[in-house]
Design a protein around this ligand. Structure first.
Ligand code: NAG
Ligand code: NAG
Ligand code: NAG
Ligand code: NAG
Length: 417
């Protein structure tokens, strides 16, 4: 616990922003949030609920499934079974939700009924599945290793796509007897889906649509001050974590999440500032109470290796596999440079959504990716100057700004054909 707090303070201290000199007047800030609330006000008793408790509270049925990957990770997948699947009728179409880095499956539902994309699709009769990728809360088990061991954390987003996403798709198709599934990814969840489709092209036939909310492939245009500071200090950070802290990744723990939540409860302006530093100035779309619900399931599930991998891609402006150095690359890939992820191999239909104030998925980067994708069915830049990386899952106004359009595209591929 002590160590982890230290780690977070260390991370914060890397930020060029001085968190202790932040000046926004809290009252004004809250009034501003109030004005923008379009939907249900956050119920503060949602803070700290896990996904099963949350869905039960809001009267959704929920099942917890376990999927074991080829490389031994045991993952939790949460399912809201389709209300259309009664009377032994044919299986309703299934959607697999893939969360981003730092996020967890519950983030797909906590904006509540009438706003959360996963709940909107459940209401329409879809069979909803939400995967927690390796290393995140509820997915920290392995057939051989435990999460204190270095071997457990020897993965990047490559493995989350290549193994976790593949195993979960196969599991869903087996349980439902469906032939295809729709994927909805946010942030790193989009990388997972692209990496799978590019490196195991046979999976394109098992996917009828990939919805990408804020796609992360090319990252040369990242402007997040927090991320850039991390990248700049990447090597030092790696040495510090590995040699001094003996940490190779950040596992989730309840007590740490509670610490983060209590910190944000009493220092909401610092929390908001950190979110701004990480993913984009965000005063119009985020409800401060909701922020507490959001952070109460954080932080965890990040491996040092994937941070290094992102750092490499930001520097090299590529979308490619982990760089082990020339010799290591020869051993792993048989080439001195790591192989690129070939976007041309992603032949499944793809719908792309991006924002104007996204510090991580820059407009140019997304358009570069989009130009390389062979089968686009929709591409849309959200019409709000403030819309940032987290707003894709956290904005109070996300339904009218984006989800209604996304629902139309999902229905087009699943129901209206
Ligand atoms: C859930 O269902 C119960 C029983 O029908 C009802 O009393 C309660 O208000 C519902 N809760 C929500 C959040 O809709
Ligand atoms: C299932 O069967 C019941 C009774 O026959 C019927 O009332 C209900 O509408 C059916 N549900 C679906 C989804 O077909
Ligand atoms: C679920 O059933 C309803 C009523 O039959 C239908 O309108 C809807 O399209 C179905 N949902 C899906 C996702 O197939
Ligand atoms: C994890 O495994 C290592 C090596 O077997 C062992 O020393 C350690 O106690 C284990 N940790 C936990 C939390 O089980």
């Amino acid at each position: 616990m002590e160590t982890r707090i230290f780690v977070v303070v260390f991370l914060i201290s890397l930020s060029p922003f001085d968190v202790f000199s932040y000046k926004i007047n809290d009252v004004q800030l809250f009034q501003k949030f109030e004005k923008h609330l379009e939907n249900r006000k956050t119920d503060l008793s949602d803070v700290g609920l896990d996904i099963v408790q949350y869905l039960t509270k809001y009267n959704y049925s929920v099942e917890t499934h376990e999927v074991t990957t080829e490389d031994g990770y045991i993952l939790s997948v949460f399912r809201i079974p389709s209300k259309n699947n009664t009377n032994n009728t044919a299986s309703a179409p299934a959607i697999l939700y893939l969360h981003g880095l730092l996020c967890v499956p519950i983030d797909w539902v906590t904006l509540g009924p009438d706003t959360s994309l996963a709940l909107l699709t459940a209401d329409q009769g879809y069979d909803v599945w939400m995967l927690g990728v390796r290393g995140t809360k509820d997915s920290m088990k392995h057939t051989t290793f435990n999460s204190s061991q270095q071997e457990f954390w020897d993965f990047s987003f490559h493995e989350k796509g290549y193994y976790d996403t593949a195993a979960t798709i196969d599991y869903i198709l087996k349980v439902t007897t469906l032939k295809k599934v729709t994927l909805v990814g946010h942030s790193e969840g989009t990388s997972d889906s692209m990496i799978l489709a590019a490196t195991r092209p046979e999976y394109n036939d098992k996917i009828n649509l990939i919805v990408m909310l804020s796609p992360i492939a090319y990252v040369g245009g990242v402007i997040s001050p927090l991320i850039l500071a991390l990248v700049k200090n990447m090597e030092a950070l790696k040495l510090f974590f590995e040699n001094t802290l003996h940490m190779y990744g950040l596992p989730y723990s309840d007590s740490f999440a509670e610490g983060v939540t209590n910190f944000c409860r009493s220092n909401i302006n610092i929390c908001i500032e950190l979110i701004k530093e990480l993913c984009g100035n965000d005063q119009d779309e985020l409800d401060a109470d909701y922020l507490l619900v959001f952070v109460s399931s954080k932080i965890g599930g990040i491996s040092l290796k994937e941070l290094m991998h992102y750092g490499q891609e930001i520097k090299s402006e590529t979308f490619r596999q982990y760089d082990f150095g020339e010799l290591g690359n020869l051993i792993h890939y048989g080439t001195t440079q790591p192989p690129d992820y070939d976007a041309a191999k992603i032949t499944a239909p793809v719908a792309i959504y991006y924002g104007k104030n996204d510090y991580l998925a820059a407009i140019d980067d997304v358009e570069k990716l989009s130009n390389a994708l062979p089968n686009k069915v929709d591409q849309y830049l959200v019409e709000s100057d403030h819309f940032n990386h987290l707003d894709f899952i956290c904005s109070r106004n996300v339904r009218t700004l984006l989800y209604d359009r996304v629902l139309g595209v999902i229905n087009e591929k699943n129901v209206n054909n």
